[in-house]
Ligand binder design. Sequence first.
Ligand code: SAH
Length: 251
Amino acid sequence: MIYFVGAGPGAPDLITVRGKEKLGSADVVIYAGSLVNPALLSYTKEGCTVYDSASMTLEDVISVMLRASEEQKEIVRLHTGDPCIYGAIREQMDLLDRHGLPYEVVPGVSSFIGAAAALRAELTLPDVSQTVILTRMEGRTPVPEAEEISRLAAHGATMVVFLSTTMLDELKDRLIKGGYAADSPAAIVYKASWPDQKVVLTTVQDIARAARENGIHKMALIFVGGFLGDEYSRSKLYDPSFTHLFREASK
Ligand code: SAH
């Protein structure tokens, strides 16, 4: 069996119990060395063969999986955060389907969840935003035109921008073009949950400068939105005057 396992954002104790168990029984682990904390490899058993996918192609990864499967070995493909976000797992799964090899996905804590915890933030505040947009600037991977940052920014929803730390000047311009006031609150979270995590609170216009001043050039998420401000409404769920399935309103 092949397991695609979400490693979580970095801290070794933020992997799921299931993910840790799969790592512990794997004979072969292929991990994304550029982003996954190598400390997680301490959960592997003795004799486990470990590959760093940073220097491998898709074809290399699949051929390691094929060979190990022929030898009846248990395989873990360890992805950073949750594999469903920019994880490039679909192309792996499609090739495994073609070879008739079974696989399962074990979810993980995405870095944006780890970063929200570092910010001690609620991303979905009543009367601020009830929507979270996870997106990126285009790099070598293009972004569909309808999802261009300024068009998404027009919603004024909570935005989390992945994979864009080297393009922050352009990001700022597009956010402002989309309707964000230059002084809207923004945050940069670098290496969420790692020992050298950094949380920088700034404004949309200062995103690039704040990143430079803090030496942040990679492995960061940019958060934008009113949820970083002070205005919001109380929840209805915990409002004393509101009745719901599990609680009567107090008189
Ligand atoms: N599957 C991953 C995302 C992979 S894309 C997930 O669910 O988090 C890689 C990008 O994720 C990085 O460029 C960075 O923007 C972000 N990232 C990954 N780990 C991070 C961390 N610990 N802190 C902040 N950003 C992180």
